[in-house]
Design a protein around this ligand. Structure first.
Ligand code: SAM
Length: 200
C-alpha cells in the first residue's frame, strides 16, 4: 500500500468507522453484489480499479469473479485500507484522493457508495474515471440516490453523504448508458441507484 497525506474530516470519520464498517454496512448499502453480477454479464475486465474501495468488500468479490484480473483499489482513508489489506491478497492498494487518474488503462472502474461522499469532488472524480478507462471501458456505479425525507437527507449529510440524485445526469452525459436503475430501500425511505456505462 502506498500512502499520502493529509487528514480530512472524512478521514477522521473513517478512522472511527473502519472497525465496525463491515459489521454494519450490509444492512443499508444495497445493490453491491447485484452490480458486480451485471458487470460480469457484460464484460470480462482484465484491469480493474475500485475508487473508494474502503475495507475491500468489493475487491474480494471482484477477485472471485475475475480471478485473472489485475485489481487496484484507491481510497482516501488509510484506516479503511488497512482493513482491506487484511482481507484481500493480490490487489494493489493506493491511498489518495481520487482527483487524478491512476494509470489510464483500466477496463472497468467501479465506484460503490463512494461518489456521494466526494463533496466536493464528485464531478471531477467522474471525469477522472473516464480518463482512467481504455476506449470501450466500463464505468460501474452503485450508490445512494435520493430521498423525499428532509430529515433523513440531513442525517445523511451529517454522515458525509449527499443524497440529491446528483450523480446520474452527469454519468449519462459522460458515458454511453448500458444500465441505469433506481430502486427503493426500506419501503422508499430512500432510493439507491445502479449505473453501468461505456466510455464514449
Ligand atoms: C461508504 S465507503 C464505500 C466503501 C466500498 N466501496 C463499499 O462499497 O463498501 C466510501 C469510501 O470512499 C472513500 N473516499 C471518500 N472520499 C474519497 C476521495 N476523495 N478519494 C478516494 N476515496 C474517498 C472513503 O474513505 C470510504 O472508504
Amino acid at each position: 500500500m502506498t500512502t499520502a497525506e493529509p487528514q480530512t474530516a472524512l478521514q477522521g470519520y473513517y478512522a472511527m468507522h473502519a472497525k465496525i464498517y463491515d459489521a454494519t454496512r450490509w444492512s443499508f448499502l444495497f445493490g453491491r453484489e447485484h452490480i458486480l453480477q451485471r458487470i460480469a454479464g457484460i464484460a470480462n475486465p482484465k484491469r480493474i480499479l475500485e475508487v473508494g474501495c474502503g475495507t475491500g468488500r468489493n475487491l474480494l468479490s471482484l477477485r472471485r469473479l475475475f480471478p485473472l484480473a489485475e485489481i487496484t483499489g484507491v481510497d482516501l482513508s488509510s484506516d479503511m485500507l488497512q482493513v482491506a489489506q487484511q482481507k484481500v491478497r493480490n490487489v494493489t492498494l493506493v491511498q489518495q484522493s481520487y482527483d487524478t487518474p491512476v494509470s489510464g488503462d483500466f477496463d472497468l472502474v467501479l465506484c460503490s457508495y463512494a461518489l456521494t461522499m466526494f463533496n466536493p469532488g464528485w464531478e471531477k472524480a467522474i471525469q477522472t474515471a473516464a480518463q482512467d478507462l481504455r476506449p470501450q471501458g466500463l464505468m460501474g456505479v452503485v450508490d445512494f440516490s435520493h430521498t423525499q425525507s428532509a430529515t433523513f437527507r440531513r442525517w445523511m449529510g451529517v454522515n458525509h453523504v449527499r443524497m440529491e440524485g446528483q450523480l446520474w445526469p452527469q454519468l449519462r452525459t459522460e458515458f454511453a448508458t448500458l444500465v441505469d436503475i433506481r430502486r427503493p430501500a426500506y419501503a422508499g425511505l430512500w432510493h439507491y441507484g445502479m449505473f453501468i456505462g461505456q466510455k464514449k
